[in-house]
Design a binder for this molecule. Structure first.
Ligand SMILES: Nc1nc2c(c(=O)[nH]1)N(C=O)[C@@H](CNc1ccc(C(=O)N[C@@H](CCC(=O)O)C(=O)O)cc1)CN2
Ligand SMILES: Nc1ncnc2c1ncn2[C@@H]1O[C@H](COP(=O)(O)OP(=O)(O)OP(=O)(O)O)[C@@H](O)[C@H]1O
Length: 237
């Protein structure tokens, strides 16, 4: 087109200032901290292995007692469950066994569900399941409800491999719970749970990590400490 001949040469879009943004907010590792994220990844991998091996080394009957104490802590936290949907999980690799709690919730008029891996890299689904309902094998052979009654739980019980004082959760490394919570239309109450021996100074949270509302262990309940910013605002008003 001839009119274009008079337009001075310019860029098709504004210059990109991405290089001036903290790389963590672009979702891309920048050259300076790529090494740091690699280190965190490597550290997470070895901590997962260490913590899973440590809990599997605890005698089964001690783990069973700890599971009971954790279940009691959860009951105290969730209160009246009538008409509510609580999701838990089918335990593996030494996780606390909350199956008796699921039965208790059903007895108290709540509904219970299990997480289902649809595909690696995708959010989990939650399908209704209660004691006695048939199970089938899902991805990684994890037992899942045989019938597909998809629900959105009000309360999600999320087993931790490790946790920290800010209630961040270290899981198995699939990113499933983070992806799931990020994709849910309404945020459920998220209760992390695990053994107190799984406590870490920090999990080095990354932008995708979503903290739990609280963590229940066999020795008590951990709530995130109030943020420094929040107390500053309070102090000013
Ligand atoms: N009991 C229980 N069920 C659960 C979870 C959980 O934490 N506990 N999940 C919570 O998210 C989901 C499953 N998450 C999982 C994440 C990773 C692996 C796993 O074995 N990963 C392999 C790597 C596999 C691969 O990369 O191909 C591994 O760690 O070796 C298993 C389950 C849903 N069900
Ligand atoms: N909301 C998200 N969107 C895209 N990718 C995500 C999201 N959340 C997590 N991931 C990816 O998943 C990977 C594993 O995350 P992370 O190490 O936090 O797993 P985890 O919480 O220990 O595992 P899990 O929840 O399966 O037990 C990360 O590399 C991250 O990039």
């Amino acid at each position: 087109m001839e009119a274009d001949d008079n337009i001075p040469a310019t860029f098709a879009s504004p210059a990109c200032f991405m290089h001036e943004v903290d790389p963590r907010y672009t979702g891309l590792p920048g050259p300076l901290d790529r090494q740091a994220w690699t280190d965190v990844d490597r550290w997470r991998r070895s901590e997962r292995e260490r913590l899973i091996a440590a809990r599997l080394a605890v005698p089964a009957e001690m783990r069973a007692r700890q599971s009971e104490a954790i279940a009691a802590g959860i009951v105290a936290e969730i209160g009246d469950v009538r008409g509510r949907i609580v999701s838990a999980y089918w335990p593996f690799r030494g996780e606390p066994d909350l199956r008796p709690l699921l039965a208790e919730i059903a007895k108290r008029g709540g509904r219970t569900a299990l997480p289902v891996v649809v595909e690696k890299g995708r959010p989990l689904e939650f399908h209704l399941w209660q004691a006695g309902d048939p199970l089938s094998r899902g991805v990684w052979n994890i037992p899942i409800p045989a019938e597909r009654n998809r629900v959105l739980p009000d309360i999600v019980l999320s087993p931790v491999v490790g946790y920290d004082a800010a209630c961040y959760r270290l899981g198995y490394g699939g990113g499933f719970f983070d992806r799931t919570l990020a994709a849910m239309p309404a945020r459920p109450r998220v209760i992390g749970l695990g053994y107190s021996a799984a406590r870490l100074q920090t999990i080095y949270p990354q932008l995708h990590d979503i903290p739990m509302d609280l963590i229940v262990t066999e020795t008590g309940t951990v709530r995130p400490a109030p943020q420094a910013e929040v107390s500053t605002v309070r102090a000013l008003t």
